[in-house]
Design a binder for this molecule. Sequence first.
Ligand code: ATP
Length: 332
Amino acid sequence: TKNVAVLTSGGDAPGMNACIRAIVLACERAGYKIFGYEHGYNGLLHQEYRLLNNKVVHNLIQRGGTLLHSARCLEFKSEESARLAAANLEKLHIDALLVIGGDGSFRGAAHLGRFWKGQIIGLPGTIDNDISGTDATIGYYTAIETAVDSIDKVRDTADAFERIFLVEVMGRHSGFLGLNAALASASDYVILPELFVSEDKTVKDIVLQLNERREQKRKNISYIIVLTENLWPGGITALAERLTTETRSEVRPVILGHVQRGGSPVSQDRLLAVKLGCYAVSLIAKGSTGVMVGEQNGEAVEVPLEATWTQPKLLEKLSVETLETLMNNRYT
Ligand code: ATP
């Protein structure tokens, strides 16, 4: 038999619980003992863990957040911390550690791998979908859903008052969430890191589009712009103020914020979570280590941890083409 441990790290994402459940059940089937470390890498440093079993994960698949709690752990970057974590894993006789998290968490996993000889397998859990080697990440689809639901609501009030709204979505430094939330909510313009040319060009584009509409006498409609976080110099307020001046209409900023991280996972995220969870456990017997599991074109894959942050991840081609057709945003 083997001892397996799992932890969740970095920003939490809907579907992390579904993934923990699948890992626990698959481990039980395989006859492995399964430990859950709490609070991300902090749990490894402080030997904070609990034994998991099918009873603990009952009725868990639909819950947002993470049963094991997540955390950032800056001190984990030091060699001393990685050595301490390795010693703690050895004390518990852990054979394999599964890390559910984003690219930062995978850097942490690779760092640990330099000091610990056990197997390390990553599972992509982040709403940003900014991890190479997998088409989607656990939590991404739910975050799109939440953003779309909020933008639909903004649209109702924007329409009622014939206003321009600027909506900021998450994504860290990637446009996946912004692009797809904008398409699915029929937003009028989207500002994404991958498309961004300059502040002046963006403002010019928007003013041009609004003027065209004014000329067509399409006055009585709203206009919604989606903006990815961390992109606009000076932030959303600076952009809203500039657009208010240049469009001669009041532009209202709305930051969706952390609501995008929460909620019950949609079925696409649950399915990805259970598939990748089971696949990761199946790799333990095979001896895999230093890899992340992902899904590419419907197939489960293993990719080296390092490739998840060194390889560029391109926006979905079809979404970009649709954007060009429907929203006049050029992909450059
Ligand atoms: P998300 O992008 O969804 O927020 P993430 O996993 O990228 O998730 P980070 O805060 O970047 O979130 O990383 C999570 C944790 O991983 C950090 O708090 C730290 O403990 C660890 N970590 C990140 N980078 C490194 C590194 N270079 N070396 C060691 N550990 C790291």
